[in-house]
Design a protein around this ligand. Structure first.
Ligand code: B1M
Length: 215
């Protein structure tokens, strides 16, 4: 069995310690960290997701798989992030109110930090006022919202309305993403940018900060 397959299988079984050491072994063998992420960790999480959908596994199994996913991602973090890059912008990031999914958001943070952005991670279940408060306090460039549920993605509209309602809509760029979010949803709620995955979210955020700072 290849190391990547083993990572995927151990993740599915929620074996965090094993996932960590297998990820380290794969790095030591010279495997590209992005390949370890995509074909090891995310592959395993994808299988769990399918089983969750089909009621073959339940919340506890998904939670321990998520913990193993996060453990493996932490080992990858320094290898995905470009060390020593000066901050080129500040991003306020969080999962919207009512939503507890954070694996994708954590990957977005990792990729953004890797591109030299300063990321203030507000965690999960973040109310609109908290996004705005943090953005004002840190004089941020971007407010970035993640949502994984069709029932919570509508909170993104509340974030935008809260920012606009307080007269700050021109001051911050607002970015949205997460599995149910689409380009057309982004347009419909009046957000500035949608990114489908963590890597393109990081690239887009850097471009947005550059454009914003250029005037
Ligand atoms: Co939840 N869950 N969950 N869950 N869960 C989904 C999302 C679901 C699709 C499963 C299913 O039924 N098929 C479904 C949502 C259905 C829907 O709304 N359409 C669902 C449900 C229903 C629920 C509960 C309601 C279940 C229940 O209790 N009955 C409940 C809700 C809790 C709540 O939030 N209030 C719930 C709970 C949970 C757990 C707590 C058990 C756990 C979360 C643990 C955690 O995150 N720490 C969990 C998990 C793990 C999942 C699945 C299996 C995996 C999600 C994940 O982490 N994927 C998921 C099924 C699936 O997706 N196949 C499911 C991996 C991750 C890397 O991908 O987050 O999409 P993702 O992030 C990507 C992109 O979307 C993007 O970049 C990332 C990487 O490239 N991205 C951004 C994300 N944020 C971005 C922001 C950006 C840009 C890009 O810019 C700002």
């Amino acid at each position: 069995m290849s190391l990547l397959t083993e990572i995927s299988e151990m993740l599915q079984r929620g074996k965090a310690a094993e996932v960590k050491s297998l990820v380290q072994n794969a790095l030591d063998e010279g495997t590209d960290p992005r390949v370890i992420l995509e074909e090891g960790l995310l592959h395993g999480m994808g299988v769990i997701g399918e089983k969750f959908k089909n009621n073959e596994v339940y919340v506890p199994e998904v939670l321990i798989a998520a913990r193993a996913m996060n453990a493996g991602s932490e080992i990858l973090k320094p290898h995905l992030a470009g060390a020593g890059v000066e901050a080129s912008g500040t991003v306020i990031l969080g999962t919207v109110k009512g939503d507890l999914h954070d694996i994708g958001k954590n990957l977005v943070r990792m990729m953004m930090e890797g591109k030299g952005l300063e990321v203030i991670d507000l965690g999960v279940d973040v109310p609109p006022e908290k996004f705005l408060e943090a953005a004002l306090e840190r004089n941020a460039d971007i407010i970035a919202c993640s949502a994984l549920l069709t029932t919570t993605m509508t909170e993104m509209k509340n974030v935008i309305e809260t920012v606009a309602g307080e007269g700050h809509r021109d001051r911050f760029r607002i970015m949205v993403g997460g599995a149910p979010v689409t380009e057309s949803f982004c347009k419909s709620v009046g957000a500035d940018l949608y990114a489908p995955d963590a890597s393109s979210a990081a690239d887009a955020a850097v471009a947005l900060c550059r454009e914003k700072r250029a005037g």
